[in-house]
Design a protein around this ligand. Structure first.
Ligand SMILES: Cc1ncc(COP(=O)(O)O)c(C=O)c1O
Length: 450
């Protein structure tokens, strides 16, 4: 396979951009209007990064598809970057939300749903105690603070090219063995190397060396990395991570926000992990904002020993709307009726089919790329070999090529997760949606290699 011809790529991109703009006059008009009131013409800065000249404005979304204001239908493999992994507006969640919305939205008092959800989370993840937040970012932040309080240590440890939400401590990268603020880190409160150690995923020696001084409160880890392509752990890595964190008195926070794609109990249940804290956000409420963090009996005892009633509303964890009645009602319905074992039994084979389709196309066009899968999530990366860590995965990224793949797909009614090449299957994604992706993917490879 010859290297991608960059002139050809640019000319393909130009014609895809023209097609995108020509076919979306209503989105274009809304974008132009939005630029007068929204910074960059979008309600949230990341939305500026979609591969088109502007994002398609959505008219309505349902299940695994949505329509834009110009009437184009899209098969949605992005699913709100996991926030809508349940499919858009799952009927059981909608009906629970509809009922709760008429009965009170936020009270700063508990409802019975909170107890039901806590009990369900106990069964799924085998951790005894649970608390709620409005986003996975917050659930991570709160867990880090608690870990610091319990251990009396200042630092945390993360893996190179991780992503855990907008958590200050995590925007750090390793370059030639030196840790630096990550590119794009907006207004960091302090240099993150003051708060954070960073090592490569799957590097046991580096992990041990970083934990050895005994100053690391917690390791914050996705059990498999999902935000720089998919990076699977080596066999035995999680056992070593657990042994080393225990040996050095460091707490282990497993962030299942994306890896919940592995099954109803996330990667933790599939691989029998034993974390001190576990985070689950994004799809837990079927798209209604909410997140949770759970922890062990030991952690619960340590928290209780350090907090007092008078100050329990002060210290940087919690929030006025966290644990509100509406998000708890949405979580109950979603856990009970949407993100069930039966749903995963449908979703995972669809991701297998998506992976096989992409693999076959890569063989057919002799492309030096590969595709990885984790549960109902799959992703292709522009390297022949599977990365073992964040650096290898990051080195395989190609912004220009990625934008072409995304725009080409969008112009043919397929939405991938932006910023990498990820597809997620919902419980209502259809086999024909997956096969349509394979056809469009082949078409893109044909154009690139013609
Ligand atoms: C693994 C992981 N944790 C946490 C988050 C933060 O989620 P949110 O942006 O909903 O706070 C993300 C977001 O992509 C994530 O990928």
């Amino acid at each position: 396979m010859p290297a991608i011809n960059r002139d050809r790529l640019q000319s393909l991109m130009q014609s895809e951009q023209k097609k995108f703009i020509d076919e979306r006059p209503k989105s274009k008009a809304l974008f132009e209007r939005a630029r007068k009131s929204l910074l960059g013409g979008v309600p949230m800065n990341w939305m500026a990064k979609w591969a088109g000249a502007f994002p398609p404005f959505v008219r309505n979304a349902n299940g695994a598809e949505f329509f834009d204001v110009d009437g184009h239908r899209y098969i949605d493999f992005c699913l709100g970057d996991t926030g809508a992994m349940t499919g858009h507006s799952p009927p059981a969640t909608v009906s629970a939300v509809r009922e709760q919305v008429a009965r009170g939205i936020t009270l700063m008092l508990p409802t019975e749903d909170a107890v039901w959800v806590g009990e369900e989370l106990q069964k799924r993840f085998r951790l005894p105690y649970w608390q709620f937040a409005l986003s996975a970012t917050d659930a991570n932040r709160f867990s880090i603070r608690l870990a610091r309080q319990i251990t009396g240590r200042g630092k945390i440890l993360v893996f190179n090219w991780c992503y855990h939400g907008s958590v200050d401590e995590t925007f750090i990268t390793l370059e030639d063995g030196v840790s630096k603020p990550r590119r794009g880190n907006v207004g960091p409160p302090v240099d993150p190397s003051v708060t954070t150690k960073v090592v490569e995923f799957n590097d046991v020696d580096a992990l041990e060396k970083a934990l050895q001084p005994g100053d690391v409160a917690c390791v914050l880890a996705e059990p498999a990395m999902t935000n720089v392509g998919i990076v699977h752990p080596d066999p035995g890595y999680h056992r070593q991570l657990r042994e080393l964190t225990r040996k050095h008195g460091t707490l282990l926070i497993i962030d299942e926000t994306h890896t919940i794609c592995a099954g109803p109990g996330g990667y933790t249940r599939v691989e029998n992990l034993d974390p001190d804290f576990l985070i689950f956000g994004k799809p837990i409420g079927g798209g209604v904002p909410g997140a949770t963090y759970g922890f062990t009996q030991d952690v619960a005892d340590a928290i209780a020993a350090r907090q007092n009633l008078e100050d329990c509303d002060v210290g940087g964890i919690g929030g006025t709307l966290a644990g509100n009645a509406l998000s708890l009602a949405a979580m109950r319905a979603t856990l009970e009726k949407v993100l069930t074992q039966q749903a995963f039994d449908r979703m995972i084979p669809l991701a297998e089919r998506w992976t096989e389709g992409v693999e076959q196309a890569l063989r057919e066009f002799d492309m030096p790329w590969h595709v990885s899968r984790l549960g109902c999530r799959a992703e292709y990366l522009f390297s022949r070999t599977r990365p073992r860590n964040g650096s290898e995965a990051h080195d395989a990224m190609d912004f220009e090529l990625e934008r072409f793949m995304h725009l080409h797909a969008m112009n043919r009614g397929i939405l991938l997760t932006p910023f990498h090449n990820m597809a997620l299957m919902s419980p209502v994604t259809k086999q024909e949606d997956v096969d349509q992706h394979t056809r469009v993917f082949c078409e893109a490879l044909r154009a690139l290699t013609a």
